[in-house]
Design a protein around this ligand. Sequence first.
Ligand code: FES
Length: 107
Amino acid sequence: MPKVTYIEFDGTERHVELPAGWSLMQGATLNGVDGIEGECGGSCGCATCHVYVDEAFLDKLEPPSETEEEMLECTAAPREANSRLSCQIKADPRIDGIVVRLPETQT
Ligand code: FES
């Protein structure tokens, strides 16, 4: 199962193994990772699952959809070049080992 490292805003690292097809938002909210809310349940409608993706993995992800691009304009913390919505990133073997940092706030 693909492994994901979440780095919470205070620097705490959480290591989670996700079944293929799960989103990084699901992996966080179902494993007690602080800092991802996922209010809309993963339908790309809330921007409370904002993460900063480690640069080494950006090229391995599908580019953001138009809807994700629009929602990334609504994040509570500043949008950076490596900002993504974690509900739109699905675990698969290509991103095994991915590292994402969580922003200071989601609301
Ligand atoms: S959970 Fe709402 S946009 Fe990701």
